[in-house]
Design a binder for this molecule. Structure first.
Ligand SMILES: Cc1cc2nc3c(=O)[nH]c(=O)nc-3n(C[C@H](O)[C@H](O)[C@H](O)COP(=O)(O)OP(=O)(O)OC[C@H]3O[C@@H](n4cnc5c(N)ncnc54)[C@H](O)[C@@H]3O)c2cc1C
Length: 547
């Protein structure tokens, strides 16, 4: 009797038990170029841990078992708690232990010395490759410190709990916990971009305020406290709202439902009512946006880092598969057109990686160097715009490199694909990022001009760089600047990427990027860059070392 042969051949094994750092030359070089080389061994240990088959399987579990809202208990008493799968808690434990939620701050809430931003970003980038949903409360916790800085008394109280490396998921008052996480509530039904339309009200009460209203999106509802915006007598203001009131009773946060989202499924995103909820004011009344924007600047940076990480995983999966799959007696990775597709993606991912790491260096140096502070301020929205917008198309292409397998859940590509668009939407969507760049240019014309001049000088030997810098200057200062801002803002990010590649990548990589993205317009499809056959192999070997 003929037997079915269950030994499949010509299929690639899962991309697991890999070193996400040691196997990523672009990341290593970008970390080194931006001051993080002393951390290489620890980053490699992190890369091996997160690249393990176990973490990969936990990520599957955390996303196949999304959080559940428990509005009431069996007897009808309000609960307003969210139950997460143990795999989610495991990711929180790992990320908090590694300091992804706090490593850029010293124990007193002041910025940690360089290269804290760069080395933490390298870890965040690797973590995003495996499980992105849990990074939502992780990024909000670290970013919240920047907003709380205007209230040293509050920050002094909560900072030891934020800085703790001990994740504590218990539903208890924050002061009784080993460590805490923080979230953020700005968006209401009538406006997320235009938060000045917020109708949630705040009235002084005792040592704080009473907040009444609702938020249409408030993610990670099991955080221990939230930075929220509400209208006080003096205008839109920022508040810190704990889950428990100072007397130890449960605060008035009532969760209506959890959003049924495209991706980001391990993370909960709630609709919430504030029913006379207690909160402390953070910053002066009327300065809510100004206060919370310090937090948003950091979450925007993390959106770009996470998107670059997701792109990296998609690229690695594609190269890994193409090297092991044979078609017409030849490995896919050796087919000329597949090489062109993979190399084009590899150049894009390396540029995004170099760009975010160079931007993190600006954050590292901002406190002591006004030019770097301006660079961080001006480039963050442009970088978020370009990197987060690029991710879905690149992941789609990577998915196709795996053929039908790429469309199937077990390949991981579908999860990466569903995850990608949210980074472009939350924390300020694409158009809003471009408007932000325009606003910065108007307010800070001198610094913007200096930055553009610097980028042009740093890339002067690269094809198309001078013309790109001139185009950005012209387009962003013209009368039609708002209507046409997407093109120059994208170019600004790409010029900064070319400059970053100049610092961290081999000369040919920077040249290939500039030739195909600055000197000519890169098409919307990967694989159309028109690289010469002779330059593809080294790019692919750099992107993922061959066995
Ligand atoms: C999964 C998920 C989780 C979220 N979690 C949170 C959270 O924890 N806390 C929170 O506060 N919010 C959260 N949000 C909300 C998110 O930040 C907002 O959805 C986002 O800021 C956009 O706001 P909006 O939905 O009101 O869209 P709108 O503000 O209505 O914008 C719609 C579109 O119009 C564009 N636009 C806006 N203004 C202009 C203009 N002047 N010119 C041209 N185009 C413009 C925007 O770019 C966008 O593309 C979450 C969203 C998602 C999807």
């Amino acid at each position: 009797m003929p037997q079915i042969d269950y030994q499949a051949f010509n299929q690639s094994p899962p991309f697991v038990d890999v070193d996400l750092y040691g196997g990523d030359r672009a990341l290593q070089d970008a970390v080194a170029a931006n001051g993080g080389q002393a951390d290489h061994a620890a980053l490699s240990a992190f890369g091996r841990r997160w690249g393990s088959a176990e973490m990969s399987d936990l990520a599957r579990q955390a996303n196949e078992n999304p959080p559940k809202l428990e509005t009431f208990d069996a007897k009808g008493f309000r609960r307003d708690t969210v139950e997460f799968h143990p795999a989610y808690h495991r990711f929180m434990t790992e990320s908090v232990a590694a300091g992804l939620h706090a490593a850029t701050w010293s124990g007193d809430g002041k910025p940690a010395p360089a290269p804290a931003q760069v080395t933490r970003a390298a870890r965040f980038y690797m973590a995003a490759q495996i499980e992105t949903g849990h990074l939502c409360p992780i990024t909000m916790t670290r970013a919240a410190v920047a907003a709380l800085a205007v209230e040293p008394a509050i920050l002094g109280k909560v900072m030891p709990k934020i800085a703790s490396r001990d994740y504590d998921p218990h539903f208890r008052p924050w002061w009784e916990k080993r460590g805490i996480t923080l979230g953020m509530g700005m968006t209401e039904r009538q406006g997320g971009t235009d938060v000045r339309t917020n109708t949630t009200r705040a009235e002084p009460a005792g040592e704080g305020y009473r907040i009444t209203g609702e938020k249409w999106f408030m993610s990670a509802p099991m955080c221990d406290a939230f930075l929220v915006l509400a209208q006080a007598a003096g205008g839109l203001s920022c508040f810190l709202m704990p889950r428990f009131r100072p007397d130890g009773s449960v605060n008035g946060l009532r969760f209506r439902r959890l959003k049924d989202k495209l991706g980001n499924r391990s993370n909960a995103s709630s609709e919430v009512e504030f029913d006379d909820a207690f909160a402390w004011r953070v910053g002066e009344e009327g300065r809510g946006v100004r206060t919370i924007i310090n937090m948003v600047q950091l979450t925007r940076l993390d959106c770009a880092i996470a998107s670059a990480g997701i792109m990296r995983m998609a690229l690695a999966q594609a190269i890994h598969h193409a090297r092991r799959r044979t078609v017409f007696q030849k490995r896919l990775a050796d087919q000329p057109m597949m090489q062109a597709v993979l190399a084009d993606m590899a150049i894009e991912v390396e540029a995004a990686t170099a760009l975010i790491m160079r931007l993190c260096r600006s954050f590292d140096l901002a406190a002591s160097d006004a030019r770097e502070a301006a660079r961080a301020r001006l480039l963050t929205p442009a970088v978020k715009y370009w990197v987060c917008k690029t991710a879905p198309a690149l992941i789609h292409e990577a998915m196709e490199c795996l053929g039908g397998n790429g469309y199937v859940e077990e390949s991981v590509l579908p999860r990466l694909y569903r995850e990608a668009p949210v980074n472009a939407i939350w924390e300020g969507s694409g158009n809003v990022m471009c408007l932000d760049v325009l606003r910065s240019l108007t307010h800070d014309r001198e610094a913007a001009s200096a930055l553009l001049g610097q980028l042009a000088r740093d890339t002067s030997d690269l094809p198309g760089a001078r013309e790109t810098a001139a185009f950005i200057e012209r387009a962003l200062s013209g009368n039609e600047a708002e209507a046409t801002a997407r093109a120059p803002v994208g170019c600004l990010a790409m010029l900064a990427a070319a400059a970053a590649l100049r610092e961290s990548a081999p000369a040919e990589v920077a040249e290939m990027f500039a030739r195909t993205r600055l000197a000519t317009t890169h098409g919307t499809l990967f694989g159309t860059a028109g690289f010469a056959a002779g330059e593809l192999q080294s790019v692919l070997e750099r992107a993922l070392p061959p066995d």
